[in-house]
Design a protein around this ligand. Sequence first.
Ligand code: URA
Length: 206
Amino acid sequence: MKSKKLEELSKIASTCTKCKLSTTRTNVVFGEGNPEAELMFIGEGPGKQEDLTGRPFIGKAGDVLTRLIEVGMQVPRSKVYIANITKCRPTINLQMVKDRPPDTEETKACSPYLVQQIEIIQPKVIVTLGNPSTKFLLNTADGITKIRGQWFEYNSIPVLPTYHPSYILRNNTEAIKKDVWEDFQKVMEKLNWPIKTKIKWKENGE
Ligand code: URA
């Protein structure tokens, strides 16, 4: 039932022309994972690899997220659901070279897809990754550094904002990695998932 509804929505999104990002995209990156997921991650928008393949979080930032899920949480990535605020790749001057966060107009045009995804999946917990998804979902102007690691709610669903994986890669400090892993452990606790392991990071921050 949920998967059917997601499929139908994905089909509609696949031909979307509601904003200018539709003019440069290779693929719409709708989102992927378990339609019955207890846990949903929300990023900002597809990057190069995601645009080329149509799959969310499969580039460098995706490696970090996948590692946090599979090595840290010890669950297969396919057990959760992963989506973004914008389903098409936002780039500076629409040149498809350098990524940027989605602008207000793009967020307004695209976010109804995300809202419907959440309505269909009804996850028990949502993790927002970075500023754009946090600000949108929590309707806040507060920055991620201020509010990460704290519980909020979106339509009665607990939401925990944490750093975006790209931010972890860019900074790669022990303090940030410790914060992020603490946030993930809070999520596991909330979901009653067993915490079996300490995360091992790679030298480059992944
Ligand atoms: N960054 C995001 O926010 N989403 C992706 O899918 C990839 C990178």
